[in-house]
Design a protein around this ligand. Sequence first.
Ligand SMILES: O=C(O)CCCC[C@@H]1SC[C@@H]2NC(=O)N[C@@H]21
Length: 243
Amino acid sequence: MIETLAQAGSTNTVLAERLRAGHAIAEGTWLRAERQTAGRGRAGRDWREAEGNLYASTLVHPAGGDPPPHTLSLVAGLAVHDLLMSQLNVPQADPGNYRWLKWPNDLMVDGAKIAGILCERVGDAVIVGVGINVATAPPVADRAVTAIHSANPDNSNTAAVVLSDLARTLAGRLDRWRAEPLSTTLAEWEVRAHPRGAALTVTDGGERIAGAFDGLAPDGALRLALVDGSTRIIHAGDVELET
Ligand SMILES: O=C(O)CCCC[C@@H]1SC[C@@H]2NC(=O)N[C@@H]21
């Protein structure tokens, strides 16, 4: 079920308020805002409002036996990657040619961020908020935005059409997250992300750590190989991909 509001401060906040007010919200429910006036990004940043872009949130109710809830952040990234592969009409059989994921779940196309994901715990639920620049993006990602538009001829409706595709890809990824070993999700994420050895700089609080991507740890944390030969396990932080 997709509910669309003409305007919201933040779709994540609206869903969180409803949960806290005791509403029973089923998995598969999505809330989209045509305009978002107080969008929130990771690390307390704002998420910029631009007309026509996609702003939407859903939620997951992790159950006993599911993989750890924090790994939903990677699952959501995979779902958006699946969506972009279908929107940009690239060969589904070859995801390794489209290394668009940056840990934990930024989507970088042509070096520009085309989508961001904000996962937040509210009680036992995890809210998954997704912003996709389907109408306006940083200039270097214009090619991707143009491709999304040409895949959706009714441009006035692009965000709504893209969201129904995203609802499908996330449902599929959640089914697999529950049914398959977590290592399968992590391996699929790695195929679609910066390659091992890619130079990354991680900022965590005031600390900046430079190193090379050394794959994911078994719990989905980032392994960063440092110049002194040691490995740092990163559970949270901002990652810049050095080019
Ligand atoms: O990359 C990031 O910093 C995450 C951005 C997440 C933005 C989306 S837009 C829909 C949902 N509502 C919010 O306030 N944030 C998320």
